[in-house]
Ligand binder design. Structure first.
Ligand SMILES: Nc1nc2c(ncn2[C@@H]2O[C@H](COP(=O)(O)OP(=O)(O)O)[C@@H](O)[C@H]2O)c(=O)[nH]1
Ligand SMILES: [Mg+2]
Length: 251
């Protein structure tokens, strides 16, 4: 066994998927190549969120070939935020990288995000957020995303140009202490700042979807997004961060 294996992984790559059968093997290979190439001890945790295609069968097969891959499954689709939370709970590394399971995020960006995390964290609460500087989506999706990011940034002051980017690096403990709710994954920067942390954006690559179909349109994001925005503004106003001092007995 190498030192890397005995020490356990430094980072768990958490990938939420819903009906992404054709994207599993190509993306897992890319994640493995990127992290192994950079000498980063890792595991890959897939969360199948109640897929109705061949996703669970293919994951089982890939797991038996590739020891770095683990997978868990929701019997019923619970949404992307719940899937990410399940993956983080099941992860065994202290650091987490998330990315979309459709191949639009580039795993080759993970080592740079991890380096930025190592430079910035120093024991504090830090999230590194990918910023898709050249979106490879339809014009409608790009426009709606720009408007949503503008309104969200203006109201929440979350200091993040692209909160919807699936590519992020953060600590497992930091995430597990955040409030949980459906759709929280689009508000992670605001929630980290609410918890007293910092968010640093790093430019990342973005690629067109090659296989499978998008699960989100403009409308199924817009209306819930408006409600969520008010919910997160309320949460931010109700933030309390006590500075706790342990008392020692005299002498
Ligand atoms: N767990 C889970 N993941 C989802 C769900 N909907 C989408 N995803 C995943 O979220 C990522 C981005 O979704 P996608 O449909 O490509 O959104 P788009 O890139 O914004 O069009 C992909 O990895 C999807 O598999 C869902 O209901 N549950
Ligand atoms: Mg996508």
């Amino acid at each position: 066994m190498t030192d890397m294996e005995t020490a356990g992984p430094e980072i768990s790559v958490v990938v939420p998927v819903k009906d992404e059968a054709d994207n599993l093997a190509p993306l897992i290979n890319e994640i493995g190549a990127s992290l192994t190439g950079a000498g980063i001890a890792h595991e890959i945790v897939y969360v199948d969120d109640g897929s109705t295609d061949a996703t669970p069968d293919i994951l089982r097969r890939l797991m038996s070939d590739l020891p770095a891959v683990r997978a868990v499954r929701h019997h019923v689709c619970c949404g992307q935020s719940a899937a990410i939370a399940t993956g983080v709970s099941h992860a065994s590394a202290p650091l987490i990288a998330t990315l979309d399971g459709d191949g639009q995020n580039d795993p080759a960006d993970i080592p740079a995000l991890l380096n930025r995390y190592r430079e910035a964290a120093e024991g504090g609460l830090v999230m590194i957020a990918g910023h898709r500087t050249k979106r490879r989506d339809t014009a409608l999706k790009r426009l709606s995303s720009r408007i949503a990011n503008g309104i969200r940034g203006g109201l929440l002051k979350d200091a993040t140009a692209d909160t919807g980017c699936g590519l992020k690096v953060f600590s497992r403990d930091g995430f597990l202490a955040l409030p949980r709710f459906d759709h929280m994954h689009r508000f992670l920067p605001a929630l980290i700042i609410r918890a007293g942390g910092r968010v640093i954006s790093v430019p990342v690559n973005h690629r067109p979807r090659e296989r499978g179909a998008s699960k989100y349109g403009v409308w199924n994001r817009l209306w819930v997004g408006i409600i969520d925005l008010f919910g997160v503004m309320w949460l931010a106003r109700r933030a309390v961060r006590p500075d706790v001092e342990p008392l020692e007995p005299p002498g």
